[in-house]
Every structure is written in structure tokens, then in C-alpha cells.
Design a protein around this ligand. Sequence first.
Ligand code: F6P
Length: 569
Amino acid sequence: MAPSALICETQPWKDLKAHVDDIKKTHLRELMSDTERCQSMMIEFDGMLLDYSRQRATSDTLNKLKNLAEAAHLKEKINKMFNGERINSTEDRSVLHVALRAPRDSVINSDGKNVVPDVWQVLDKIKDFSERIRSGAWIGATGKALTNVIAVGIGGSFLGPLFVHTALQTDSEASEFAKGRQLRFLANVDPVDVARNITGLDPETTLVVVVSKTFTTAETMLNARTIREWISAALGPEAVAKHMVAVSTNLTLVEKFGIDPNNAFAFWDWVGGRYSVCSAVGVLPLSLQYGFAVVEKFLKGASSIDQHFHSAPIEKNLPVLLGLLSVWNVSFLGYPARAILPYTQALEKFAPHIQQVSMESNGKGVSIDGVPLPFEAGEIDFGEPGTNGQHSFYQLIHQGRVIPCDFIGVVKSQQPVYLKGEVVSNHDELMSNFFAQPDALAYGKTPEQLLKENVPHHLVTHKTFSGDRPSVSLLLPSLNAYNIGQVLLAIYEHRVAVEGFVWGINSFDQWGVELGKSLATQVRKQLNASRKKAEPVEGFNFSTTALLTRYLEASTDISKEDCTVLPKM
Ligand code: F6P
């Protein structure tokens, strides 16, 4: 395939299109009865088991997907990523988040320079700083230890760290190290989020970490100024130096903001925002909360998958297989969504993180060369921990639309509970659902089965389940820092990259978020002019003018004086 040709013009793509009819003739019930097939669709890596036998796929499908991978030059693209080539061509950047978790002695070049020593320089700085904060060697302006952290950031500067924090919170080792400490996240520019974050916190014992790759994101900067005001109102402006630090690629703006550059933790433009949790973006707040040693295990887990992704052959390569199967589901079977269903509450923030990793990466309408795509790329990701989701949207998954599901289960609960006399432990109860749901989706229930069960005739169609609904099951040995980095973070990051590489899009830019931002700038100007100078609403369409006018007229009680107002909670 010529580098600029579209993947859908290749023979392997056409072969897969033609293959859809063969698959549609076979119900998953039949596919599941072929034990040899099922055996071949289970892979183990580093203690984790992936079972993809409930995909609507045969060995023939997999061979055809391999051909597609070859036509898309998948292996070459993966190598280019690891070699630091500027594969994010629209931003002229390399894509090297794998360097963030590479062992200290590894060599990963960007523009001919090994970036690993720079990565470790920042990691060492974080280790030192977090130890000083945690031990009380670094104290606040009034001499108190800083036991609470508010991380101010949004998007990739928030979702990954929040997911990892939520997952570690109930891990026995991590929670032991977090005793007496709090980590909160301020993301939304909604002042309600400010109120929620500062409620119950004392500025004297709070450290604020402003996290922004660009240090220009409107929401983050306003929130950072608001929290700076909260600190200086209570402790005086000179307290900011002791109570605020930053994570950014833009150290000039950090200094302009008033944060001592010595207290800034750098990362680099070769780290995409949504791929930045292994940089200081995640490592600093998480080390402050759990200690660097715990976070280092998370990095090691991610690194183990990086090496596997880089070197394992397609048929044993977890992120590659998962990515190819996703392409099969989206582009050939026509399923536009994917449900992420972890059977552990500790992963409640996993789906929101993957939403950004996946949809901001692959929600594109043109190829990497700017050619409009004649097929839909990307998928709609959503999810909720099981069993909560079962009592919410699973109805649609079982009898409504077909949504391929990722079931994620854990062998050993982070917090085992068993009540004497109960049939099973609480974790076994949870896992009974983890094992049952994929089969319910795959097999369904036929009218014949229902009639045999004496279901009244008028309810038979209502109680019929067509089945044939695909899923994958991932079984992890436990949920600790290492697995969180390994299985969840790196596997999903690379799976998304594989999909993008095959579709021939740029998974590392995000131009689609810009238009809304620039229109908000116009509205912001208007609100200022109308509130401060009573200027009429102008330059918008009828609908927006009407809405803005209603909003302004109904909020004239808002103070016109230029004085600071902070939440009163
Ligand atoms: O929403 C767009 C975006 O640029 C994301 O890609 C990014 O993660 C987020 O904003 C935050 O950006 P920054 O870290 O520069 O504040």
C-alpha cells in the first residue's frame, strides 16, 4: 500500500468486507462450541489472561486481520513510534510516552537525543520533592506539614491521574502509604468544583499542583488563579511559593504565573496530554499521596506492556490483537460503540479515562494525510463498573443495540469480605456476574428454550435474547500498582494506537477540540462587555443571542463591582 493510500482501498480490507457474510451465518453459540478455537483465543501474559473467544471471529478472520495489519504497515508504524520519529505529523512531534516508563538504562531517541536521562532527572526530582513533603521536611507558610494536595488540571492533566488514584485508594499497600493524606482533583471550571475541592481543607496544610501541558488551558488557569487567591487570602501572597507547584512543558508561563521554576516539574511536547499520566502529570500527585515507590511499580507495569507491545508477534500481542478486533467490530461488523465494564469499584474512573484516550485519539474524519475518510474511524466508549452497570444500561446491551463489551475481572479482591453462613464471599458474588454476563450476551435465549420453560406465549418475544453479542474478558491476578500500569493503562493506550495505525489516521492530535474553544472566547468577550459596559448581545445567531440575553437578564444581581468572591461553603 502506498503511504498515502486509504486502507479501505486495499485488498485485505475488501477481503474482510466480503468475510462479514461468512461470520454473520455463524452464531456465537456455534463458535463457542469449538473448543479448539476457544483455546486458541486465550492468551496469557505476565499473570493476566485475555479470552477473546466471544468475538465474532474465526481463525480465518484473524488471518485476514493480520493481512490488514500488514497492509497498514502496523509493525513499521509501531517501530517508528518507539524510534521517536515524528509520527504526529500535524503537530510535527514524536510520540514517546513509552519513554516515560522506560528503565533508567534504556535508550530512546528523539531527534537523535536519548530522552530517558531527562525523564529520570524529573522522576528523581519528584521522588525527592514528594519525600520532603511527605516527611514534613518541606513545610507550609505557617510552619505546618502539607498533608493535602489539590491537583488542578483538566482532560489528560486530570483523567489518568484520577483513574490511577481511585484504583490505588483501596489497595492495601498503597492505602497504608496514604494514611493521613488527601488528594483531590479540581478539573471543571464550574465554581461548584472549586467549592467541593476546598471544602474541609485548610490552606495552611494544602499543597496545590497546577497541572497543564500548555499552561494556557482556560479552565485550568482560572481554577489555578482561584486557588491561588484562596491561599493568598488566608496566608498572604508570599505563601504561594510554599503552597503552589506546577507540572508543565511551558516553564516560562509557569514562572509568569508566580510559581518558582525550581518547583516546576517538566515534561515534553512528545508526550500527548491524554498519554501523560506516566509523566510528572500523574507521577507527582500520585507520589505525594502514595510515595514514589508505589508509583514506580505502576511505571514498571506499564513498561512491561510496552516491551511486550514492541516485540511480541501479532498472534500473542495483547494490544495488537485487541486493536485489530476493535477495528473488525467497528469497521466491518458495524458496531460503533464499546462498553468498558470493570468488575471492581476500584476502576470506576477507568472508563472516563479511556473515553479521552480513545475518542480524542481516534475520533477523526480524515486520514493522516488529510484525505476525508470514506469510513467511520473511532468508537464510542462508555462504561461503568459491574454490577452497577447491570442495573443501568445492560438492558440495551442484551436486547437493544449490539455493543462489544470489555469485561475486566480481578482474581483477588483488594478488600475481601466474607460473611459467615453466606453461600459465597462478596467478591465471589461479584465475580459470578463477571462470568455470567459474557455468556448471556453470546448465547442469548431462544423462544424454544422459553416455551420449554412454560413462559406464557405473550411474553416469549419480550423474554427472547438474540445473543451473538461479542465481548472480551480480561482476568487480572489482582489490582495493585503494577497491574494498573500494565494491564489497564498501557494495554488500552496501545490498543487505541493500533486502531489508529490501521485506520491510517493521526491518533495523536486533537484539532476537533479547538472550534468550541474559540467560540467560547467570543462568548466570554460578550459577557464581559454586556456585564461591565451594558453592551447589547451582537454577532451571534438568533438562538445564541436569545439564550445569552435570557442568561444576562436573569442574572443582573451578579455584582458589577470588581471584587473577589470565593465559595461560601
Ligand atoms: O481538551 C483538549 C486538551 O488539549 C486535551 O488534549 C488535554 O489533555 C487538555 O486539553 C488539557 O490540556 P493542558 O494539559 O495543556 O492544560
